[in-house]
Design a protein around this ligand. Structure first.
Ligand code: ADP
Ligand code: MG
Length: 519
């Protein structure tokens, strides 16, 4: 064999190993999490993200920032996934989760530098995560989750987001009312809460509409723009001469035959309006097209019709009104029609919106978000989406914890208490986890302009004496206080999920000692 080296990888494969691989992965993960740190909390700053094509997004939302950043490094990408998981599972706490993941990596790096073996780090982190869950359960408020509490949770999730002058209390009330109205014996139908945005008015005009709003205008201007106690048909068919007839060859030799042919067509087009009118339909939602003449007959019958309605919107209207989608006009059944208290078309600037409200429609509600600019409205929509999610999470997983860093202080304290009894080097990893969790209250403190070290010292002592202590934004800076007194509450699920996904990502990255990439 001689000294011939054995090549198992192709020439252009890049490879880094051992400490090199680890430290570059850790650095990438830390960098990503560092980039969202300044947005955490009520005084968090916003980021302006500009894409290749010049689109601008201004946001405070961790998941949105990471998603727009176009991150390529595989380890950094895992932190982005932490934020995405958090967003999918709970809908809030994305900054918390990614900052924690980054800090767990930073602590892991120190441990690895001190020659603590990666598997020991992993075991220690998993043990600490278990202790963190215990601490979350212990600090959870075991009061009935009434509307008051839920409004506080909603408000907490919206603080720090640009809400364009609307008081967060009002938005929080709207959000809780929305969730309550889609709550039934078997839980919350979160998908029955829709959010619809429309620029043009001030954000204070944001309101809850009991029904659905879709971006549609009637096919003809002479159709009625509103109807009360309306019967609604949702049709998946074309209101036109049927193909078969169009293709048929007419052998027309005189004017009578021509007239007969035209009459036959007209009759067919008129039939749509007659059939719908006989069935008592006031509003026709059509996913396909409507022939102009068929539309004019519909207008004559006083029926308002919408064509080329998207499948999503048609589904929402059907669900909201109790209608079944209709594929043929033969054998129409009353049961197939939906009902709404009112249907109306309203004009906003150069856009027409169709409102389907009341009656059966009340099963679906829409938060109708208004605002002066596109950017404001987008951020407001994200804030409302988060608030809807945290209220849902609080009801469904039945737990609320004090916010403002108080839960994190409790987690770190509980972990340190137990770390003493853990043998060997694993203890170092468990303690390092507690240090990593501290970054959250520390960041909240520095984002409100407090000295993070002093704040941490005071938080710990107040936690020990009173059982709860958080960073409360006040005036130009912040103070240490009991978050419950200030109504700063988060769903317990946000903290559980953040611990879970951050631990998972950090331990996964810490275990990697070889990066092999094809170029
Ligand atoms: P995330 O993406 O993690 O939800 P946020 O920027 O929304 O990040 O910040 C969430 C943190 O801010 C939570 O710990 C929450 O308890 C805290 N927080 C929210 N409102 C307040 C407030 N008024 N005072 C202090 N802390 C608050
Ligand atoms: Mg939040």
């Amino acid at each position: 064999m001689g000294n011939q080296p054995l090549f198992v990888l192709s020439d252009d494969t890049e490879r880094s190993r051992g400490q090199d691989a680890q430290s570059s992965n850790i650095a990438a993960g830390k960098a990503v999490s560092e980039s969202v740190r300044t947005t955490l909390g009520p005084r968090g700053m916003d980021k302006m993200l500009v894409s290749d094509s010049g689109d601008v997004v201004i946001t405070n939302d961790g998941a949105t920032i990471l998603q727009e950043m176009d991150i390529e490094h595989p380890a950094a990408q895992m932190i982005v996934e932490v934020a995405e998981t958090q967003e999918d599972e709970i809908g809030d706490g994305t900054t918390t989760a990614s900052v924690l993941a980054g800090q767990l990596l930073a602590q892991a790096e120190d441990l690895l530098d001190e020659d603590v073996h990666p598997t020991v780090v992993v075991e220690g982190y998993n043990e600490a995560a278990r202790l963190a869950r215990e601490a979350i359960d212990a600090i959870a408020i075991d009061e009935e989750t009434d509307d008051d509490l839920l409004e506080q949770v909603a408000e907490t999730s919206m603080t720090g987001k640009g809400t364009g002058g609307v008081t967060p209390e009002r938005l929080a009330e709207t959000v809780v009312e929305a969730i309550r109205s889609v709550e039934s014996g078997d839980g919350i139908n979160r998908e029955n809460v829709r959010v619809r945005t429309q620029v043009g008015a001030s954000a204070t005009a944001t309101e809850l509409v009991e029904g659905v709003i879709v971006d549609e205008e009637p096919v003809r201007e002479d159709m009625p723009v509103s109807a009360d106690d309306a019967t609604i048909g949702v049709f998946d068919l074309e209101f036109d001469i049927r193909e078969a007839n169009v293709d048929a060859e007419y052998d027309i030799t005189d004017i009578d035959q021509l007239n007969a042919a035209i009459d036959a067509e007209e009759g067919e087009l008129k039939k749509y309006a007659e059939t719908l009118s006989d069935a008592g339909v006031d509003v026709a939602i059509v996913t396909d097209s409507i022939d102009d003449r068929a539309a004019s007959y519909l207008a004559e019958e006083g029926i308002v019709a919408f064509e080329s309605v998207s499948d999503d919107d048609a589904t929402a209207i059907a669900r909201a009104t109790g209608a079944t989608r209709i594929g043929s006009l033969e054998d129409l059944d009353d049961e197939d029609f939906g009902h709404a208290g009112s249907v109306g078309v309203e004009t906003y600037g150069d856009e027409d919106l169709l409102f389907v409200e009341g009656g059966d429609a009340a099963e679906t509600v829409t938060v109708f978000v208004r605002g002066g600019t596109e950017h404001l409205i987008d951020e407001l929509e994200r804030a409302i989406d988060d608030a809807l999610d945290v209220v849902t999470a609080s009801i469904e997983t039945g737990g609320v914890v004090p916010g403002a860093g108080a839960t994190e202080i409790a987690i770190a304290s509980h972990i340190r208490d137990r770390a003493a009894s853990i043998e060997g080097r694993r203890q170092l990893a468990v303690e390092a986890f507690a240090d990593a969790v501290d970054v959250l209250p520390r960041t909240l403190a520095s984002n409100v302009g407090m000295d993070p070290i002093d704040a941490l010292v005071e938080l710990r002592s107040r936690h020990d004496s009173e059982g709860r202590a958080g960073i409360i934004a006040e005036g130009q800076t912040g103070i240490v206080g009991d978050p419950i007194d200030y109504g700063v509450l988060d769903p317990a699920a946000v903290k559980r999920e953040a611990v879970e996904s951050a631990t998972e990502a950090a331990t996964m990255i810490a275990r990697i000692d070889d990066v092999i990439s094809a170029s």
